[in-house]
Design a protein around this ligand. Structure first.
Ligand code: IMP
Length: 218
């Protein structure tokens, strides 16, 4: 895998943290194995990503494109940090937002078929500097499909930020411009990442347990 975008690397031997060291909603305690990335660490890394993005893209108006649903928490927090930079520095740039909804997973497996099931008319992105905000790159197929779809609308520039990138042999070799964390090949949930729509209401990024997989199986 290319290492062009620096990130926090979480090793394969990372054991995570016991659930009872953090606050977990009671309805999920049996469904999770470990806390993998605590919410505070996600926020601290996101603050720095905001700075790196502004440094690299902060010359012109940016359209921030949120990939729903998994990207909504990261999108909201990242934009809050970018807004803070805009408020507190001599240089500031306008930012507008847009949303697209894609779906490719059932249970913890990619269906291999990527559906655009919502969002605005993408022609609004023509000639714009677009920042795609995604939750996780697994095989990279979803992002490759989205990028080729966007290309048809001739944006001026497209950059991608993903909170997580998985180290997986199934990767098609795609690497985003900005990455929060590189994680082992495990199914993770929380901070808006879901398993069949569950666990979006969890602050930390956690590893799902076998009980959880069975309980919320589609
Ligand atoms: P890709 O096309 O294989 O890169 O899959 C990307 C999409 O699959 C992400 O946007 C997520 O919606 C979903 N996904 C992949 N891995 C995970 C995971 O570990 N937890 C939750 N969703 C995942």
């Amino acid at each position: 895998m290319a290492t062009s975008s620096p990130c926090v690397v979480i090793g394969d031997d990372e054991k995570g943290y016991d659930l009872d060291l953090f606050c977990i909603p009671k309805h999920y305690v049996d469904d999770l194995e470990k806390v993998y990335i605590p919410h505070g660490l996600i926020m601290d890394r996101t603050e720095r990503l905001a700075r790196d993005i502004m440094k690299s893209m902060g010359e012109h108006h940016i359209v921030a494109l949120c990939v729903l649903k998994g990207g909504y928490k990261f999108f909201a927090d990242l934009l809050d940090y970018i807004k803070a930079l805009n408020r507190n520095s001599d240089k500031s740039i306008p930012m507008t937002v847009d949303f697209i909804r894609l779906k490719s997973y059932c249970n913890d497996e990619s269906t291999g078929e990527i559906k655009v099931i919502g969002g605005d008319d993408l022609s609004t992105l023509t000639g714009k500097n677009v920042l795609i905000v995604e939750d996780i790159i697994d095989t990279g197929k979803t992002m490759k499909t989205l990028l080729s779809l966007l290309k048809q609308y001739n944006p001026k520039m497209v950059k991608v930020v993903s909170l997580l990138v998985k180290r997986t042999p199934r990767s098609v070799g795609y690497r985003p411009d900005f990455v929060g964390f590189e994680v082992p090949d495990k199914f993770v949930v929380g901070y808006a990442l879901d398993y069949n729509e569950y666990f979006r209401d969890l602050n930390h990024i956690c590893v799902i347990s076998e009980t959880g997989k069975q309980k919320y199986k589609a």
